[in-house]
Design a protein around this ligand. Structure first.
Ligand code: HDE
Length: 698
C-alpha cells in the first residue's frame, strides 16, 4: 500500500477505512452471530422469567451499560470538524516544521471548539471562554495547537489550575450554577488572585459570547518557540483570524438561545459545513527574536499578557478551511485527544509555567478519559505519519506486533526501529541553571496594566457591555465583601469602570483612582475593528402570511441568497401561504418552532392582508421587536413597515422628540435595486449596537 501521507487527503483515506455502514447488512452479535430477534428476551414461557442463555440480550445490555466515558474535566462540551491547512508563506528562516515551510503541502486538520465550564449537556451560548484546539496531521507527526478564543489566561502558574477550575465550576454542595461564572466561588477566587484581572476583562467582554465558531479568533496563548535548521530559536505566538470577522451575540439573546436552541453554535458549525459555507481562518504568527526577550514591559513567559499587535504585527502565513463534518460524534469529537506536548521538529516549548503544567496534564487526562495508553490508536487520533516503537500491550491494543524484539537496542529486528535519523525531533538546547525555588518571578507582578490596555481599546458600546457583564455577575454573588474586593481591583484597571460597576452592585464607589489609567490602547483588541465583509451563512427571517407580496419575497430572497445568506420564510404554520397575486409562497418553518434570536436579521415583505394578519399575531410582533432590541438589521417594504410601527420600531416619538428609528432599520417602497443592497450592508454590519438603549418592549 502506498504511504498514506502521499494521498490527497490522507487523514480521510485513513478514517474511511474505519467507517462502518449498516446498508445491506444483517444484525449480528459482537461475535458475528446473526440474530433472529432483538425485541423479545428469551424466557421460560411467554409470561415466564428471562433466561440467562440469552447471550444476545446480555451482551446488548452489557454494552449499553458501558457506553459512557468520563467527560472532560474542562471543555466537556464541544463540536468538531475536519479541514485542511495550506501555507502561503514559508517560515523556513525560523523553523524546520515541514508544514510551516513547504508551501506545496496541504495538511489535514481536525478542530474541536468547546466551552470550558459547562458539562457535556450544557448550553452553547453561555458566558465563557471557547476552546479552539487544532490537530494538524502532518507528515512529520501530529502537531496539536490547543488554544482558546482569548489570548490570555486566568492564572500564571499551572499549579493554580485545579483551584481556578474548582472555583468556576458549579459549587460543591448543590452543583449550582451550571456553566456559569456568575457565583461566589469564582469571584472569590478572582478577588484574591489579581493576576486574573486581565482575563476577567476578556471574559466580561463580548468575546465570551461568539455568534459563531466561524466568527471567532483563536490564540495559542503561550509563547512557543520555533527552531530552525541551525538550531536557532525564535519566540512565537500563534493566531487564528476568522475570514467572516469577529462577532458576538447580545447578552440577553444568549440567555434566550440557551433555552430555544442549546446547540446553537454546534448547529451553526454543522450547517455551515453541510451547506458548503466552509469556516475559514487565517493563520498568523507574531515572531520575536530571542535577543528581544526582555524588551517588552512584561514577561513573554507570562500567559496573562499579550504582545500588542501594534508592537509586533501578526504575520499571516496560512489558511485553514473546515470542510467536513465528523460522521460519529462520539468516535471522533468525543474521543479526540489533544495534547500540548504533541509538537513536530521545529516547534518547541518555553518555560512559561502554565505551559509547563499543561505538558503534564493532557496525557494524564487522556489516560483516565480514554481508558489506557493506546488512545493514540483511536482513528481520529492516529497520525498519518507511520508509528513505530516498542510500546506494547495495555488496554485496547489494536496493533499486532509480531516482532520478537520489543526493545532497543536489538539485533533481532535489524536494530529497528532505528533512532535518531534525519528529521527526528531534537529538543531545543537551552542553558538552564538555578536554585530549586517556589517563587513567582518579579517580572510577573504587573496584573493591571494590560487589563487597562484592553479597557482603553474598547468602543463605548463594548465598554457598556463589559460594565453590564460585571454588574450581572457580581450581582449574583451573595457576599458583599466579594463584590467589594472585585471593585477594588477594577479601580486599578480604570476608575470609571470601577465606579460604574460599583453603582450597579450596591458597593460604595471608590473616591479616587487606585492607579492612574496609563491611557494606552491597542485598536486590534476591539471587535469593532474586525468586521469582515460578508453575509456568508447569515440567517435572515422573512415574516409572511396569506396575501404577501411574493415578488418582494423572491427579489429580496434572491439577492440575499446570491450574497451567501440563508433565507427562511416563516409563517404561523408550515406548508405555504397564498400570495397577493394568487401564487403560493413556500414556508420554511412555522414561527412557533423558532424565534428571532436564531436569526441575524428580519424582513417583512409588503402585502396589505399579510401585514394585517402579522400585526395581530403576537409571535410576529414580538419577533420583530426582539430582533430590534438585539440590534439586528430589521427591514420592511411597503405595507410591511406597518409591522415595524406596530412593534414600536418606527413612527414612535418620545416626549423628548426623539424617535427610535436608526441605523440598521431598512425600509422602502417596492423591491428596488437599492433595497436589497441596503439590507445586505445592514446585515454585514452584524449588529447596530448603539441602538441598545432603545425603549422597545421585547
Ligand atoms: Fe486546558 N485542559 N489546561 N487549557 N484545554 C484540557 O485536557 C489544563 C489551558 C484547552 O477540545 C484537559 O483533554 C491545565 C490553557 C482546550 O479536547 C486538561 C491547564 C488553554 C481544551 C486540561 C490548562 C487551554 C483543554 C481536559 C493549566 C488555552 C479542550 C480534557 C496549566 C491555551 C481540548 C483534556 C479538546 C482541555 C488541563 C490551561 C485550552 C484537564 C492543567 C491556558 C482548548 O488536560
Amino acid at each position: 500500500m502506498a504511504d498514506p501521507a502521499d494521498r490527497a487527503d490522507p487523514k480521510q483515506e485513513q478514517m474511511d477505512r474505519r467507517r462502518v455502514s449498516p446498508e445491506g447488512t444483517e444484525l449480528t452479535t459482537d461475535q458475528g452471530i446473526r440474530v433472529d430477534d432483538t425485541d423479545n428476551t428469551l424466557s421460560a414461557g411467554e409470561r415466564g422469567p428471562s433466561l440467562i442463555d440469552d447471550f444476545h440480550m446480555r451482551e446488548k445490555i452489557t454494552h449499553f451499560d458501558h457506553e459512557r466515558i468520563p467527560e472532560r474535566v474542562v471543555h466537556a462540551r464541544g463540536a468538531g470538524a475536519y479541514g485542511q491547512f495550506t501555507l502561503h508563506e514559508s517560515l523556513a528562516e525560523y523553523t524546520t516544521a515541514e508544514f510551516l515551510t513547504d508551501t506545496s503541502l496541504t495538511t489535514p486538520v481536525f478542530v474541536r471548539f468547546s466551552t470550558v465550564a459547562g458539562s457535556r449537556g450544557s448550553a452553547d451560548t453561555v458566558r465563557d471562554v471557547r476552546g479552539f484546539a487544532t490537530k494538524f496531521y502532518t507528515r512529520q507527526g501530529n502537531f496539536d495547537l490547543v488554544g482558546n478564543n482569548m489570548p490570555v489566561f486566568f492564572i500564571q502558574d499551572g499549579i493554580k489550575f485545579p483551584d481556578f477550575v474548582h472555583a468556576v465550576k458549579p459549587e460543591p454542595p448543590n452543583e449550582i450554577p451550571q456553566a456559569s461564572s456568575a457565583h461566589d466561588t469564582l469571584w472569590d477566587f478572582v478577588q484574591l488572585q489579581p493576576e486574573t484581572m486581565h482575563m476577567m476583562m476578556w471574559l466580561m467582554s463580548d468575546r465570551a459570547l461568539p455568534r459563531s465558531f466561524a466568527m471567532m479568533q483563536g490564540f495559542g496563548v503561550h509563547t512557543f518557540r520555533l527552531v530552525n535548521a541551525q538550531g536557532r530559536g525564535t519566540f512565537v505566538k500563534f493566531h487564528w483570524k476568522p475570514k467572516l470577522g469577529t462577532h458576538s451575540l447580545a447578552w440577553d439573546e444568549t440567555q434566550k438561545i440557551a433555552g430555544k436552541d442549546p446547540d446553537f453554535n454546534r448547529r451553526d458549525l454543522w450547517d455551515r459545513i453541510e451547506d458548503g459555507d466552509f469556516p475559514e481562518y487565517e493563520f498568523g504568527v507574531q515572531l520575536v527574536p530571542e535577543e528581544d526577550e526582555h524588551r517588552f514591559g512584561f514577561d513573554l513567559l507570562d500567559a496573562t499578557k499579550i504582545i500588542p499587535e501594534e508592537e509586533v504585527p501578526v504575520r499571516p502565513v496560512g489558511t485553514m478551511v473546515l470542510n467536513r463534518n465528523p460522521r460519529n460524534f462520539f468516535a471522533e469529537t468525543e474521543q479526540v485527544a489533544f495534547h500540548i506536548a504533541n509538537v513536530v521538529p521545529g516547534i518547541d516549548f518555553t518555560n512559561d509555567p502554565l505551559l509547563q503544567a499543561r505538558l503534564f496534564s493532557y496525557l494524564d487526562t487522556q489516560l483516565i478519559r480514554l481508558g489506557g495508553p493506546n488512545f493514540p490508536q483511536i482513528p481520529v487520533n492516529r497520525p498519518i505519519a507511520p508509528v513505530r516503537n516498542h510500546h506494547r500491550d495495555g488496554y485496547h491494543q489494536m496493533d499486532l506486533h509480531p516482532a520478537q524484539a520489543a526493545y532497543h537496542k536489538n539485533s533481532l529486528s535489524g536494530g529497528c526501529p532505528a533512532v535518531g535519523g534525519a528529521g527526528s525531533f531534537s529538543h531545543y538546547q537551552e542553558r538552564v541553571d538555578g536554585n530549586k525555588i517556589r517563587k513567582r518571578s518579579e517580572s510577573f507582578a504587573d496584573h493591571y496594566s494590560q487589563a487597562t490596555l484592553f479597557w482603553n481599546s474598547m468602543t463605548d458600546w463594548e465598554k457598556e457591555h463589559i460594565v453590564g457583564a460585571f454588574r450581572f455577575e457580581l450581582g449574583k454573588c451573595e457576599h458583599m465583601h466579594i463584590r467589594e474586593g472585585v471593585v477594588g481591583h477594577l479601580d486599578h484597571v480604570d476608575h470609571d469602570l470601577a465606579v460604574r460597576v460599583a453603582e450597579g452592585v450596591g458597593v460604595t464607589p471608590p473616591g479616587t483612582a487606585a492607579t492612574a489609567n496609563h491611557g494606552r490602547s491597542s485598536p486590534a483588541l476591539s471587535q469593532a475593528n474586525a468586521p469582515g465583509d460578508s453575509v456568508q451563512g447569515r440567517k435572515i427571517a422573512f415574516l409572511v402570511a396569506d396575501g404577501v407580496d411574493s415578488g418582494a419575497v423572491t427579489a429580496v430572497g434572491d439577492a440575499l441568497t446570491e450574497a451567501g445568506a440563508v433565507c427562511e420564510v416563516l409563517a404561523a404554520g408550515d406548508g405555504h401561504v397564498q400570495a397577493a397575486n394568487g401564487g403560493q409562497v413556500e414556508v420554511t418553518r412555522a414561527m412557533p418552532t423558532v424565534a428571532s434570536v436564531l436569526y441575524d436579521a428580519v424582513f417583512v415583505p409588503g402585502g396589505e392582508e399579510s401585514v394585517r394578519t402579522l400585526a395581530q399575531d403576537g409571535d410576529a410582533v414580538h419577533f420583530v421587536a426582539e430582533a430590534f432590541v438585539h440590534c439586528k438589521a430589521v427591514a420592511a417594504l411597503d405595507a410591511g413597515i406597518g409591522l415595524l410601527e406596530r412593534a414600536g420600531i418606527t413612527g414612535v416619538e418620545f416626549a423628548d422628540g426623539n424617535t427610535v428609528s436608526d441605523s440598521g432599520v431598512v425600509t422602502g417602497e417596492g423591491p428596488t435595486a437599492e433595497f436589497p443592497a441596503e439590507l445586505i450592508a445592514a446585515v454585514k454590519a452584524h449588529r447596530h449596537w448603539t441602538r441598545a438603549k432603545a425603549h422597545v418592549p421585547a
